[in-house]
Write a protein that binds this ligand. Sequence first.
Ligand code: ADP
Ligand code: GLC
Length: 499
Amino acid sequence: MSVRTGSRIAVYVVMVASECAPAAKAGGLGDVVFGLSREVEVRGHAVEIVLPRYEHMRYQDIWGFQVSYEDLWVPWFGGAIRCTVWFGFVHGRRCFFIEPHSAENFFGRAEHYGYADDVNRFAFFSKAVLEFLLRTNKRPDVIHCHDWQTGLLPVLLYEQYQQHMPWQRVCYTIHNFGHQGVTGDWVLWASRLGRLEHFTHPDRLGNGYGAVNLMKGGIVYANFVTTVSPQHAHEVRYSDQAGGLGHTLYVHERKFGGVLNGVDYETWNPETDPLLPTRYTADDLTGKYHAKARLRHRFWLRERYGPIVAYVGRLDQQKGMHLVHHAIFHTLGHGGQFVLLSSTGHQQDVNDHFWWLKNHLNDNPDCHIEIGYHEELAHLVFAGADILVVPSMFEPCGLVPLIALRYGTVPVVRAIGGMIDTIFDRDHSLRPAHERNGYVFHHTDEHALESALHRAISLWFSSPEDFRELMVNGMRADHSWATPGQHYVDIYDFIRHPG
Ligand code: ADP
Ligand code: GLC
């Protein structure tokens, strides 16, 4: 259903994902689903978002939460699971939340992910979304799916629902090739796809030895596939970063591309951020120094002359945790203070190490380690820190450094993925001086990190004016959703009217 408005066509998009900030967010995926949806709407299109109904959502961020559809029976294995579908506005976005009344209590758990039956939970969700669209006569022009959790949806759409939804097109965005939803062929029975030999063929969902890969299914069956930066789109095609899906991307390269994520500047903006003690702009940074004082106070750091270096992110090997560890001690040894805000992940050794570090540094007046997920605290850390380290092993986009730029916090990053597209070294980049916005290193060893972090800390001490210029360069760069939002609208147009 499309409405022609003047020379432009309004598109009806249903976004399907496992996260939407701030109601249900574990990382950058949630930010993207919210920010992109807002931008597409601002451009005159209609967007609805479908999510699981997690028991642990931030219900204070959902307005008008109410039952929208009572008895949605979703076929699963030999029977069917009854679902209730809820509706509510998440800061203005129209969201539906699917609540399965399954014996396993799929979404009534403490975390979004990390359970042995994750594939079962989200494969079921994908099927439930299509059943919901079918029963409620919703016929979006485009279904925009995200990550492995919704990889099965385009497969089901074309193999099971085509008769009822012949015109629906799918855009599939991959945020992280590190998690692909690899499982056994039971999922083909569960979802009633059947035809094991057909679907486990390597040209479809087959992952070798009878295994099924949901992300592969998403790539093969979607009308267009994106990842979240041009550089990462290149890396997954030409290096080993696609986690085994490089060949599939090669086969489907004509419908694959990279679109750099934006940042939602209504959420992340020091000029309007209600979570800061004082707002500030690139022309008047006074409020940033208030935030620094508040951050020290909040984390029991002593007042002293020196930069605060921060890390914000999941505790996960992806993020280069051995280098984060090193950054802490390098900073403390060179006159700085360190703040870490991290939520625990599913790698127990990494969690244990940082819990140990927290105890070890507990009485240090120059370091604070905060383990947990705290949306409000994240704003204070981005504003109050001077420097932020992101030493990732791989990073499809990296929203954390982009948010840091907006808050005038200088990023020190590894040259990988989206950070190659966005962060330009003050001393070594070939870009014009006003575009240089941080420090970059290449290798994964401690010396490499030091080569960049040391330059950042030294500039802070030796040349405050130059450091300030770097901060302002970052604040003035535009990483809003305006341009990427238009790119996605162009993709929606393209898949609806190819050629
Ligand atoms: P990823 O999606 O791989 O986790 P990104 O850099 O793209 O990495 O996005 C991370 C998002 O999650 C950012 O919005 C960041 O502020 C947020 N975040 C990460 N860890 C925490 C935490 N412990 N508390 C609050 N927000 C966090
Ligand atoms: C992922 C990636 C991160 C990206 C985010 C949002 O989880 O790890 O680099 O910014 O998704 O697309």
